[in-house]
Design a protein. Structure first.
Length: 302
């Protein structure tokens, strides 16, 4: 939908801006044999890998797919295996497509920029691209070529050769970047075409379904916020004797030391029965403990 397109565009723009800042402040080719390739590939690949992992981690569908799969209740329900596998594959493809936006943008922009690629492969350029002395060994050739990304390390007589090598490598890098963009665009277009062809819904019905799912999620989130707040309010009121935000509070409850200890500490979920959990220590206390009668009257006059 439009929201997904806008979100992907924002992610791409942020990635482009981050790449430019990252290159300006951090990238400095070592210009040394054996180190250029590692350094260049690290700047190409590691940020892309991090962005890919973040893309998966920040997508709610990822956690919906994996959360609770080892629950005893989940294990007792055995849905249709083929349909379940088909659904998992569909969700994985959707999540992966969204997660790939940032790393592919990073790789494409980095390749079009060319600096990382030039640094990584300069020492592997054919010797024929500069006038090499026949008395220079192969290792010396590689040392000279590895220094080409750093203009201050190149002898004046090799300046022209260095410029030609840099132009060649930038050409290769930029062509690779545009090819990557072309492949991704074509793949995305064909994927949408195939998905539309195999969709059981008509065009307008699909738009309605997309709108319904979006509205349902929005309303569900609002109801979750309100329901959980009202539910928690009952437990807080039992502990303190009044509802937060109430006006004209007549009395407050004074919790005992044992009660303070009961709700303090670390807890995540406590299983009550096959269907229910206590969500916190306060929740557990409120459902089990009787309320004592120690209240303090509030004098409303200042």
């Amino acid at each position: 939908g439009k929201e997904a397109v806008i979100a992907n565009a924002i992610i791409a723009m942020l990635t482009i801006g981050g790449q430019q800042l990252f290159s300006f402040f951090t990238f400095n080719c070592p210009c040394h044999v054996g180190q250029n390739l590692i350094y260049g590939l690290a700047f190409l690949g590691v940020p892309a890998l991090i962005l890919l992992v973040l893309g998966y981690a920040l997508n709610n569908q990822t956690w919906r797919l994996v959360t609770g799969k080892r629950s005893p209740l989940q294990e007792r329900t055995k849905p249709n295996g083929f349909l379940q596998c088909k659904l998992v594959c569909f969700v994985l493809c959707s999540v992966t497509g969204r997660a790939l936006v940032a790393p592919v943008t990073w790789l494409a922009v980095t390749l079009i920029n060319g600096s990382y690629y030039v640094c990584a492969v300069s020492e592997y350029v054919s010797v024929g691209y500069y006038e090499a002395s026949p008395n220079v060994t192969d290792s010396e050739h590689r040392r000279i070529l590895a220094a080409f990304p750093c203009s201050q390390l190149v002898p004046p007589e090799l300046t022209r050769a260095r410029d030609e090598v840099i132009l060649l490598l930038r050409y290769q890098s930029q062509v690779a970047g545009w090819l990557l963009i072309a492949v991704v665009v074509i793949t995305v277009f064909l994927s949408y075409c195939l998905a539309s062809c195999f969709s059981p819904l008509s065009f307008l019905h699909f738009r309605y379904w997309s709108s319904y799912v979006s509205n349902e999620q929005e309303l569900f989130d609002e109801a979750t916020e309100q329901h959980s707040r009202l539910y928690a309010m009952q437990h807080v009121r039992k502990f303190f004797g009044f509802v937060p935000g109430s006006e004209n509070v007549k009395e407050i409850r004074i919790p005992s030391l044992r009660e303070w200890q009961a709700i303090s500490g670390l807890a995540f979920l406590k299983r009550v029965d096959d269907e229910h959990y206590d969500y916190s220590l306060l929740h557990d206390w409120a459902l089990k403990e009787p309320v004592n009668e120690k209240y303090l009257k509030i004098d409303e006059d200042p």
